[in-house]
Design a protein around this ligand. Sequence first.
Ligand code: KG4
Ligand code: ZN
Length: 339
Amino acid sequence: GVDMLVLGIETSCDETGVALYCSQKGLIADALYSQIEMHNEYGGVVPELASRDHVKKLLPLIQSVLDQAGITNKEVDAVAYTKGPGLVGALMVGTMTARAIAFAWGVPALGVHHMEGHLLAPMLEETPPEFPFVALLVSGGHTQLVQVDGIGQYALLGESLDDAAGEAFDKAAKMMKLPYPGGPHIARLAEQGTAGRFKFPRPMVDRPGLEFSFSGLKTYTLNTVLAIEKAQGELEEQDKADIAHAFQEAVVETLAIKCRRALEQTGMKQLVMAGGVSANTRLREKLEDALAKVGGKVFYARPEFCTDNGAMIAFAGCQRLKAGQQDDLAVKPVARWPL
Ligand code: KG4
Ligand code: ZN
C-alpha cells in the first residue's frame, strides 16, 4: 500500500521522546531527552518540574528529529502522541503540542495509550512477534498480563493488586539509598550479590490465577534492611548487593511463573514482554528458560525501547492510522485509562 509517515510524541512522565516511523521503511529517526538527573535530587519524579521541562524540550526535539531524517512537515501524514495514562500535566504538553501541530499541518492527530505503545515496541525489532500473543507489561506504573489478538484487541488476563514491579524495584532501591529510578541500580548491584544469603518470598505463586502482588516484597526488603542497620549501622556495599540479588530473584521468578501459567492457560506460544522492567537482563534470561520448557518463545525490545520513548508511540500511531483512527480537534489527556 501507500507508505505513511507518522511523527510520535511521548511526554507521559520523565522522558521527552520523539520519533518518525514510516510504514514502509520502518523507524527513520528517534530522539530522547531524559529528565532523570533533574528529578534524582528529589528521589522521584516531581510532576510540576516534569511538565515545565517537557515544555522547554519538546519543540526543539521535534525539529531535531525532522532534521535528522531530512524530512519537512509536508511529508508527515499524522501526529501520534501519548494521551495517557500518566502525569496529567506532562501529558497535556505532548497532547496539546501534537494536536496543534497536526492542526497546522492539516493531518490527523492520534491519541495513543502509553501501554499500547510499550506492548507494540517489540514489533520494531528484526524478528517481531506475530498476533496473537500474550504480553507481560512491566513498568513503573503497571504489571499486567494481556492477551493480544491484534491491534486494539487486548484482554486483561491478570494484574498487580498493589504495587507495579517497577515501583517495587524503585522503592527497594530507595530503602538502600540508591538513586532514582532504582531498577537499573538494583540490577547492576545484584550481579555482585551472594546467592543464598537471603531468600525473599515469591508472592502469590501457589495461588491459582494470574494476579500479582509486590507490596509484601517491599515490606520484606524494608525489614531486611532494618535488621542489618540495627545490627551494624549503615549497610555495606555487599549487604546492598546481597539484598538486590535476593529481591531481583524473587521478582523475576514470580513473573516467570505467572508468564508460564498464562501461556499454558491461553495455549499460546509467544510471550512479549514490554515496559521499563523488561530491560532487566536477568528477567529475560529467566523467562527464556521458564518458557522454553513449555515450547514458548520470548520477544522484547532493545533496552532503549523498553523504557519510555517516542518510537513506540510513532509505531502504535501508525498502526492506528492504518486502522482508520481519527481524533477530534478537542483533546483530553487521561491520567488513568485502562488498556
Ligand atoms: O516503562 P517505563 O520507562 O516508565 C513507565 O511507564 O513507568 O518504566 C520505568 C520503570 C522504573 O520503575 C524503573 O526502575 C524500571 O522501569 N526499570 C528497570 C530496569 N530498567 C528500568 N527495572 C529493573 N531492571 C532494569 N534494568
Ligand atoms: Zn512507560
